[in-house]
Design a protein around this ligand. Sequence first.
Ligand SMILES: [Zn+2]
Length: 120
Amino acid sequence: MTSEDQPERSGGWRPKHPVIDGLIIIGLVACLIAGYEPIKVIVAAGAAWLILRIGVLMLGGMARPIPEPPPVGELRKVKITYRCEICGTEVRMTVAPDQDPEAPRHCQDDMIMMTPIDDL
Ligand SMILES: [Zn+2]
């Protein structure tokens, strides 16, 4: 994160979603030019804005930020072999955030740990 990512502290009002606002304004102007009744156009633009904002809010709620990886010094050296039961692929994990990492996935399924537990 740089200081450029931070919103301006005293820099006046800035739209949160300029794309949505811009689309609504373009649609509103286009409908007015096309000769629709201004009141209907404004009501429709307001409804469209609300629907888009709610949609963006719901999408934002679903999106989980990916946690940052821990610094290299905190990573553990491991030597674990995993095998995909479906296609037989084997991989070796050499570095992990902890001594007992989650199994990687292959062929959309968790891989099976091949290294005996005693060797961890
Ligand atoms: Zn596989």
